[in-house]
Design a protein around this ligand. Structure first.
Ligand SMILES: *Cc1c(COP(=O)(O)O)cnc(C)c1O
Length: 406
């Protein structure tokens, strides 16, 4: 049973949002960079380190048995959350970036040949561009851009034309971190499969705002980071279809990813250990599972509606500012980017910061997208379920003040 979304009740669960009366409360509008953490996540870390910290899968005492059990249960929580068929399809990583590099250096490096093509959308985060460029260099494959329209939606006609038998991999964001555009990943995946290409979905933003079902999506790979979904940094997930993961060689070598090591050769462990060399981030895994269970316990639909309403309040409140342009309006509900013509984005961010408004200014690790828009940077407001109308009202007032000064 989920109780209807209640913003006041949610806010009390975030220690970082509490403030003493003499210090002005900062308005945090940068959740797409990293989200604040609910107490249950922080408590999970504390509980693990003060209660049953032990290494996992090295079972010679009960502490390690308990830690291993919790660690594998956390994996199952992730599996169920995203609709994966088996916990073997869930690989722990440090985050989305590491997961994308893993795919590039194992799956791609082994499958690509000179002349093959990797289609990468123009609106990707650098984490979903650079690993493909690196493996292209290693294999002689080519990275080909899926262009976007000026309204920041992908050019799907161009995508259809670019797909061919040379296409081996398609890399796309579920939701972009720059404008919040939600890509039509369902139809893009189906189109890629028509040519036998595998699709890698960067879910770093999507996972926090949609109920993801990798099975229904038929995504071959789906990656995300814990820290953008209310969990700690340093933990993330690589989902891959089991058959693909089975066929991939390991990446990092070390402990736990092996069955038997000798100097005449080494037998690798099965899934998921094959991709998890070394001591993992046990506390992070438990905290990510705790964040997900917490998220599942609240009314997510109500939360997303709340966020959409705040976004609309923000847009209505700033639309009269002279020279202000929203970049890509058909965006997703949780974030938007804007520029003010003739004023540098960092100058605005500095004036907002002085008024205790935290938002992101810059290129958002997406140079190609900004180049396509002819911009060097934008200001980005990104909302989470703990923001409220007062936050947005303070942002609106502060932005008007900043623009009056500049
Ligand atoms: C944040 C982000 C990444 C990178 O995530 P890390 O946590 O830094 O590994 C990749 N893609 C998108 C769309 C992002 O927002």
């Amino acid at each position: 049973m989920t109780i209807p979304f209640d913003i006041k009740q949610i806010q009390t669960q975030f220690p970082a949002l509490q403030h003493s009366d003499d210090a002005p409360r900062a308005v945090y509008l940068d959740s797409a960079a990293t989200a604040q953490k609910p107490a249950i996540v922080i408590d999970t870390l504390r509980h693990y380190y003060s209660g049953y910290n032990a290494n996992v899968h090295r079972g010679s005492h009960s502490l390690t048995t308990n830690a291993t059990f919790a660690f594998e249960q956390a994996r199952t929580t992730i599996q169920k959350f995203i609709g994966a068929a088996s916990p073997k399809e869930i690989i722990w990583t440090r985050g989305a970036t590491e997961a994308l590099n893993l795919i590039a250096q194992t799956y791609a490096r082994n499958h690509l040949q000179a002349g093959d093509e990797i289609l990468v959308s123009e609106m990707e985060h650098h984490a979903n561009i650079v690993p493909w460029q690196m493996v292209a260099e290693q294999t002689g494959a080519k990275v080909v851009k899926i262009p976007m329209h000026q309204n920041c939606t992908l050019n799907i006609d161009a995508y259809q034309r670019l797909l061919s038998n040379k296409t081996k991999i398609v890399a796309i964001a579920h939701i972009t971190n720059v404008t919040g555009t939600r890509n039509p990943i369902e139809s893009m995946i189906a189109a890629a499969h028509h040519y036998g290409a595998v699709v890698v979905v960067d879910g770093a933003q999507g996972i926090a705002h949609e109920q993801v079902d990798v099975h229904a999506l038929d995504a071959d790979f789906y990656v995300f980071s814990g820290h953008k979904i209310y969990a700690p940094a340093g933990i993330g997930v690589l989902y891959g279809k089991q058959a693909l993961l089975e066929a991939m060689p390991p990446w990092h070598g070390g402990g736990k990813m092996v069955e038997k090591v000798s100097f005449s050769g080494t037998d690798y462990a099965g899934l998921p250990s094959k991709f998890e060399a070394g001591t993992p981030n046990v506390a992070g895994s438990l905290a990510l599972a705790a964040a997900i269970e917490w998220l599942q316990s609240i009314d997510r639909q109500g939360a997303e509606q709340h966020i959409a309403d705040l976004r609309q309040q923000a847009l209505d409140g700033i639309k009269d500012i002279e020279g202000l342009r929203i970049i890509g309006l058909q965006a997703h509900a949780s974030l938007f980017s804007f520029v003010v013509d003739g004023v540098h984005h960092q100058d605005i961010a500095t004036l907002l910061d002085q008024q205790h408004i935290a938002l992101r200014a810059g290129h958002h690790c997406a140079h190609p997208m900004l180049d396509a828009l002819g911009l060097t940077g934008t200001l980005r407001v990104s909302l989470a379920l703990y923001n409220d109308q007062q936050d947005v009202a303070r942002f609106i007032t502060a932005l008007h003040k900043a623009c009056d000064l500049l």
